[in-house]
Design a protein around this ligand. Structure first.
Ligand code: G3P
Length: 219
């Protein structure tokens, strides 16, 4: 499974990339706002750090506005993907952009039928939001299972990006279900590394190494 980071924080992106663990980046207007930086400047920097896709979202509501935004974003880097919302206008934009070779990520997907429509329209990526479904007492991961099966049934090329990921269990279940990609907030990414028994084991080995050295020194 590919791991994307759901952030515009370049330090965090560089750190994950230096471990070979960041296959792409997703952003949205809220994520950009958090960094307090110029939209174009931050996206260009991210695009230069990461080889993989970098999703960029505008706020247009008509297909024409979305297409205009996407054409502009595409100039910011070779790996830019235009994010469009799951609306009829958004899917009209997807159709136009796919003909132009501009990759799209259909976002704010909350049902399998929405995902099916996005795939049919020619989306490169589809982003179901699992955490926000869990928030309203629906099972976000069930949507991933349904959508994975639907895309497989018909051989659609669109890749699923599991989004609105809130904790490591979302990541593990995404991988079990065969989702193509999960996009992780940096704090969830960092949690994937940790296990108390790993820390305990390292500490024990360090202590035993020192003890062995001390006993050798006495001989
Ligand atoms: O990738 C979508 C994500 O940014 C939304 O996450 O936590 O605001 O639901 P959240």
């Amino acid at each position: 499974m590919k791991i994307f980071l759901d952030t515009a924080n370049v330090e965090k992106i560089r750190k994950a990339a230096s471990m070979g663990l960041c296959d792409g980046v997703t952003t949205n207007p809220s994520i950009i706002m958090k960094e307090g930086r110029d939209h174009k400047a931050v996206i260009k920097e991210i695009s230069s750090i990461i080889d993989g896709p970098v999703s960029v979202e505008g706020v247009g509501t008509t297909a024409e506005e979305m297409v205009k935004d996407a054409r502009e974003f595409a100039k910011w880097g070779k790996n830019i993907v235009a994010k469009v919302p799951m609306t009829p206008e958004g899917l009209r934009a997807v159709k136009i952009l796919s003909k132009e070779g501009i990759r799209t990520n259909v976002t704010l997907v909350f049902s399998a039928n929405q995902g099916l429509l996005a795939a049919k329209a020619g989306a490169s990526y589809i982003s179901p939001f699992v955490g926000r479904l869990d928030d309203i007492s629906q099972d976000g991961m069930e949507l991933i299972a349904d959508l994975t099966q639907i895309l497989d049934n018909y051989g659609y090329e669109a890749e699923i990006i599991v989004a609105s990921v809130r904790h490591p269990v979302h990541v593990m279940l995404s991988a079990k279900l065969g989702a193509h990609i999960a996009t992780l907030p940096p704090d969830v990414f960092e949690k994937l590394f940790s296990h108390p028994l790993t820390d305990k084991g390292i500490k024990q080995f360090e202590e035993d190494y020192k003890k062995a050295q001390q006993s050798q020194a006495k001989k």
